[in-house]
Design a protein around this ligand. Sequence first.
Ligand code: AMP
Length: 250
Amino acid sequence: MIICRTINEYRKAHSNLNGSIGFVPTMGALHDGHVSLVKRSVKENKSTVVSIFLNPTQFDNSSDLENYPKTLEQDIQQLENNGTDIIILPDYDFVYPDDYKYLVSNKELSSILCGAYREGHFDGVLTVVMKLLNIAKADNAYFGEKDYQQYLLIKGMAEAFFLDTKIISCPIIRENSGLAMSSRNERLSKDARRKASELYRIISMDLSIEDKKSKLIETGFEVEYLTQFQNRLFAAVYLEKVRLIDNVKI
Ligand code: AMP
């Protein structure tokens, strides 16, 4: 496994690959959700490239960025154990030589659901993913349905800009309790983590959206939104100031 910290290192490593390349962008603090994307890429491609970059431009809240868990040594080990060929480990100047003066944005889907509450979030996401896709030069890129709105936006961006990389979605990986795996779960107390598993249970119930919302509030969640979009129900809630998102097919 090769670790690339500069664009030239990656270009060199990339030129030695042959056959199809799968790419998995992440922000680190890896868990089984991330690993499922890596495994899928390894299964479907000759080589797998993973990036670890905690992208500051997609954080609308500086304490969320500061408190984001960092487990780099473990992440590298986990990627090596699961068949990754190359890790792109860039710093801010690698990704943003323009210091975020050029942006990719969307005019519609980015302003609803999470976008209505996190100003500039999807500008940061789309811009960094566009840059990473251009760097990685992969055939296939894998994204989790845990961030379904993000997946839709990235897929739309790839089509709008004629990107060569195919955007592939992968199912949500959950803990045994039903809680969608997330790096932010690590910030919950033991008690809150138990409570957090009620989110998936409640949004999957056969009830009206209003009744589900009441149940979430009774359980102790602060509900940011619970909204149907297309054939999915999307939820964002807070527990102990930690923001959790989930979605289920209706
Ligand atoms: P992140 O490190 O949060 O930017 O996530 C990197 C990728 O992993 C994104 O495509 C996420 O949607 C995906 N991901 C995160 N959590 C899960 C999960 N529980 N199940 C499936 N994919 C996930």
